[in-house]
Design a protein. Sequence first.
Length: 58
Amino acid sequence: MIEKTVIYGFLISLSMGLCALAFFVWAVLSNQMDDTEDVKYRVLERELEEERVHEINN
């Protein structure tokens, strides 16, 4: 009985790991990992623009 539990746990862990690997490979192949630095600068610029507009309106 305990052996089945260990085997099932191993198979579930293995399948979860393979799903994570497949997701990572998909992300790399579809260029989801490109330009990750650019996003934070766009967010910062947008926040600065919103602050300027808020200061002008007040």
